[in-house]
Design a protein around this ligand. Structure first.
Ligand SMILES: [Zn+2]
Length: 603
């Protein structure tokens, strides 16, 4: 009886609310939003790294709130949690070895003080002749190749960090487009592509010789054994050449001209034992069913990632503070607080005509893993998802500026957002383009209109200083107010936005950054053990599309380089130029295909 009465009352109230102007907007007050930011950014949650106990606690807090608000479970088996696997971290386990034999005499080095594996190393063992390969760089357009005339197949190479003549402003590697050659990615994959079994990287003599640090983060293995070692190790290994590393470096830098050569009488045995720890994490999914029977089968997804970097990881921008908790108050406790606030506001008004799916994603920092998992397992089919609204880093509003990206991804979105913001305390900065390194991307690449709310970058981004006291709580409330009206319009209007496919302004990874040629592929960010890089999409008019590739294809070779991970793709593109024709080998439905792609300029 009581339940029936309550339901009738609720229907009456929501009917009244639907009538006429002046519908109340129960946006939570700023202090309440800030309380959520603070509890998610609390040091007890240790930076919410996906797969960690802190992230699990955060998920439980959010799920509890969704339950309290009466949101229906949208996760696995009638729960609010939608679980998936992630790589939690990398651990050095026993049995790492670096052992040289020089003129028949054994010379072992100690794991820890002398050398340690790189995070991107394979695990395994190799034994081979030692070859000094300078800086380990192959840069044909700069006329510099440490591997010229060198045979390193089945051998172990010793290389230095950085690049020739790095202190010289006129140095050939000073050009911005040459920068990728100095990265470890280039050195390691380049060694592998030349057939080396292992690579030993030592700090070049212009840089501090520190004891190697433990590998951290969640890097994939790059298909080669790789260790970092001290300069003392390098000097011992180079003894048969009669030269010190500094002398060799000076000779190389003078040209610059490579001085690579096999080290006479030296062999190296390398053994790497790394454990890539896997674990479980979960999206939190709550559904507020639509109140119009004709539209309730359709949905608007409102999402924000709640995971962050834990204690740094390889994505920290403060590597010197890499053991400190990165609280991620703006990135993205702020967006999570906004989603909770929106869920509260909509629950209080009896929902909207279409269903609303509120999602707190995990795995974002590891490569959009949670949102990629969601689009494969949505509680309401993607075809019935009329739009996705993403809130990432919305807690540091400067002035009154609110960025909303993706207004070009669906018909009518620009006008809809402008109308939603009318009379509210914000100054909109709208952008048409819809790609970018956050959770809306898997939705957009599957043909869903998206809107991405963002309040701009700041110096605390991905650092331990992204703390809750720095949050602009009134600004956060303004974001929630604009998002509320935007979502209500998307969910209530009879007409739904039609998807618009946009030319991509910034290149494959979105958000700018990166040099090299452009291939026009959108990698599927989900982890998989399958070899190759699976494409979620190809950019309209881009080289990949022109070569006949499409969503679902798995690229296994590009320009003669084996593609196992995204890093291989980046390696190839960074060492090529626009206009280069490269062969693409890809798998479609398990069958291998070949095509030619002409690379373009990255805009
Ligand atoms: Zn982030």
């Amino acid at each position: 009886m009581r339940a029936r009465l309550a339901r009738q009352l609720a229907l009456l109230v929501s009917a009244l609310l639907l009538i006429g102007a002046g519908r109340p907007e129960p946006i939570p007050e700023a202090p309440e939003l800030l309380r959520w930011v603070r509890s998610l950014a609390d040091p007890a949650l240790e930076g919410r790294a996906s797969g960690s106990p802190g992230a699990e606690r955060a998920a439980r807090l959010i799920a509890e709130e969704f339950r309290r608000l009466g949101l229906r479970p949208g996760g696995d088996g009638g729960s609010h949690l939608q679980a998936f696997e992630v790589m939690k971290g990398i651990r050095v386990v026993g049995g790492n070895a670096l052992e040289a034999t020089i003129d028949g005499a054994a010379r072992p080095f100690a794991a820890g003080p002398d050398f340690l594996p790189h995070a991107f190393s394979e695990s395994g063992e190799a034994d081979g002749e030692l070859v000094f390969a300078g800086y380990g760089i192959t840069a044909p357009e700069l006329g510099y190749d440490d591997y010229a005339g060198l045979d390193v197949r089945g051998k172990i190479v010793l290389v230095m960090t950085h690049e020739p003549r790095e202190r010289d402003p006129e140095g050939p590697f000073r050009r911005a487009e040459a920068f990728p050659y100095t990265e470890l990615r280039h050195k390691a994959i380049n060694a592998r592509e030349h057939g080396a079994l292992g690579i030993i990287v030592v700090p070049n003599p212009h840089h501090a010789d520190e004891p190697p640090r433990l590998p951290r983060g969640t890097s994939a293995a790059w298909g080669i054994l790789a260790v970092k070692a001290t300069r003392a190790v390098a000097e011992a290994l180079l003894a048969p050449t009669g030269r010190s590393l500094a002398q060799l470096q000076a000779e190389i830098d003078r040209g610059p001209a490579p001085r690579s050569a096999a080290v006479p009488g030296a062999r190296v045995r390398l053994r790497v034992a790394l454990l890539r720890e896997r674990g479980e994490t979960a999206n939190v999914v709550g559904v507020l069913p639509g109140n119009d029977p004709r539209l309730a089968h359709e949905a608007v997804v409102v999402g924000a990632h709640y995971d962050h970097l834990g204690r740094g990881s390889q994505f920290s921008l403060a590597p010197e503070q890499a053991d400190e908790i990165h609280p991620g108050a703006d990135d993205n406790a702020s967006g999570t607080a906004a989603v909770i606030g929106l869920a509260r506001a909509f629950a209080a008004t009896g929902g909207a005509r279409r269903s609303l799916v509120f999602v707190a994603f995990s795995g974002e920092e590891l490569g959009l893993l949670g949102s990629t998992h969601y689009v494969k397992h949505p509680p309401i089919p993607l075809a019935d998802t009329v739009a996705m609204v993403n809130l990432d880093s919305v807690g540091r509003m400067q002035g009154r500026r609110l960025f909303v990206l993706g207004v070009g991804s669906g018909t009518g979105l620009r006008a809809l957002v402008e109308e939603a913001a009318r009379g509210l305390d914000v100054e909109l900065a709208l952008r048409e383009d819809a790609f970018g390194p956050s959770d809306h991307t898997p939705f957009y690449s599957r043909g869903r209109p998206i809107l991405f709310f963002f309040t701009g970058t700041h110096a605390d981004y991905h650092r331990p200083t992204d703390t809750w006291e720095k949050i602009n709580a009134e600004g956060l409330r303004s974001v929630v107010a604009v998002a509320f009206r935007t979502i209500r319009a998307l969910a209530d209007r009879a007409e739904r936005p039609a998807f618009v496919r946009l030319p991509d302004p910034s290149g494959p990874r979105g958000g700018g950054g990166g040099y090299g040629a452009y291939f026009g592929s959108v990698p599927d960010f989900s982890e998989s053990d399958a070899p190759g890089v699976r494409l979620a999409d190809v950019r309209p008019g881009g080289p990949a599309e022109r070569a006949g590739l499409r969503s679902g294809d798995i690229v296994v070779r590009l320009g003669g380089v084996t593609v196992r991970t995204l890093d291989d793709l980046v390696f190839v593109l960074r060492s090529r130029r626009a206009g280069d024709a490269v062969e693409v080998v890809y798998l479609r439905d398990g069958v291998e295909h070949r095509a030619q792609a002409v690379l373009q300029t990255r805009r």
